[in-house]
Design a protein around this ligand. Structure first.
Ligand code: RNT
Ligand code: ZN
Length: 416
């Protein structure tokens, strides 16, 4: 028997003593889709223009060699990530990752420009999600959908409509809902005089975007709020209150990004409130370090709290887990892999909680048992269950993936 099997047998018995079925936990944790963002592979560059400058108040720091320069390289790199990542997966594309020989403006993009991504997703057996791209463009400016200039607003409204049609095409082709996320950077570095008018314009632009009917079985729309960005420190048009109000009123999906709130404010505590008023949510699981820095997701308390909220409440069908981080200071494929594996690992850990017992203790006012069992859970051998999850899905356990990733770096990415 291998060490993986031996340690799993012991772990299974130890969890059974708490009434937890580790085999069932593994199966459930493998079946929840995790949507991995495409943009970790090339520092949010996209394929419109090789010299594109990242704008919109977001930043990748670091200049680690070997980033993907085109769709072909990005897909090859992503396939590496997939070979290390267990469970149901989607890839989340930004509109700027279109795959075409000639220049296509953002208000003219169409399904045909993304056909190669559909082929790729089918060949890898993964799903597709989508994001409009309002940043890194000559018309981005400080304001897009909330701009005072009607020409600018109309351009971006058209872009969003094009994206919703592409998302509908993705959903139809893949036979699986494509979640589309809309995030705009609109805001001000310094205190604006008028905080109301841009928000009113944003509301009107969104109404116009959503007047286009698309098949809800194919695509649903999420709206992502933010507190501040670089250059929009004093005012962000699409704040939490703005989108919370808009989404509740119009029953759109709210996208909660871990890095878009005050540093001590957590999205794990928002899920149970928002799902009283909204049918579904999108998540951008990220890791803010002092600011919205989009560090690689690690196994920290907030990641585990997010997964606990989803699993303990049975929200798997209503909360759609997406990732959003970009680190250019380490091997990008490793960064992608570490964050994504952590998300799955935290999901598994949530399935290893004796939820029914814990809820019963709490209801009975037995907070002593709640604390005692929760603290026990921290040292139960869930790492052994994680290894078994990877093995059962035919994916590397322990550090095997890292050796392979280093080989790929030496053979492929370092030569770019
Ligand atoms: C920016 C938002 C947004 C982006 C991606 C690239 O603060 O989090 O989701 O990270 O669209
Ligand atoms: Zn985000």
């Amino acid at each position: 028997m291998s060490n993986i099997e031996k340690s799993y047998e012991i772990a299974r018995d130890m969890f059974a003593a708490y009434g937890v079925d580790t085999d069932a936990a593994i199966e459930k944790a493998l079946n929840v889709p995790i949507s991995i963002h495409c943009w970790q592979g090339d520092d949010v560059g996209g394929f419109e223009n090789p010299d594109a400058q990242l704008t919109g108040g977001i930043q990748t720091t670091g200049n680690y060699p070997g980033k993907a320069r085109n769709a072909e390289e990005l897909r090859a790199d992503f396939s590496k990530v997939l070979s290390y990542f267990p469970g149901k997966t989607k890839i989340s594309l930004h509109a700027s990752y279109l795959d075409t020989d000639k220049k296509v403006e953002r208000d003219a993009i169409a399904p045909e420009h993304f056909a190669s991504w559909v082929d790729y997703a089918k060949s890898e057996g993964i799903g597709l999600d989508f994001n409009e791209t309002f940043f890194s463009h000559p018309k981005s400016g400080d304001f897009s959908l909330s701009s005072a200039d009607k020409g600018i607003r109309d351009f971006w409204i058209e872009h969003a409509k094009c994206c919703r049609k592409i998302a509908e095409y993705f959903g139809r082709e893949m036979g699986q809902t494509c979640y589309t996320n809309l995030w705009i950077h609109d805001g001000c570095k310094d205190n604006p005089v008028d905080r109301f008018a841009p928000r009113k314009r944003l509301e009107e632009s969104l109404d116009e975007i959503f007047s286009l009917q698309v098949d809800p079985a194919c695509t649903k729309d999420g709206l992502e709020s933010k507190l501040f960005g670089i250059g929009s420190e004093s005012y962000v048009v699409g704040s939490h209150e703005f989108y919370m109000g808009y989404c509740v009123k119009n029953q759109k999906l709210l996208t909660l990004d871990s890095g878009h709130f005050h540093p001590t404010e957590v999205i794990s505590n928002k899920i149970s409130s928002m799902l009283l008023f909204l049918p579904e949510l999108l998540l951008h699981v990220s890791r803010p370090v002092r600011w919205d820095s989009d560090h690689v997701v690690i196994m920290d308390d907030e990641l585990m709290a997010i997964m606990h909220e989803i699993v303990a409440n049975g929200f798997e069908e209503r909360v759609h887990i997406g990732l959003d981080y970009f680190d250019a200071s380490i091997n990008r494929i490793a960064a992608w892999t570490i964050g994504a594996r952590n998300a799955r690992k935290a999901l598994l850990r949530a399935y290893l909680e004796p939820i029914a017992d814990l809820k019963a203790y709490e209801l009975a006012g037995d907070n002593t048992s709640v604390l005692a069992v929760n603290e026990d859970l921290k040292t139960l051998p869930w790492g052994a269950v994680w290894n078994m999850l990877c093995a059962r899905d035919g994916k590397p356990t322990g550090r095997e993936w890292l050796e392979d990733c280093k080989r790929y770096e030496a053979d492929v990415t370092i030569k770019r």
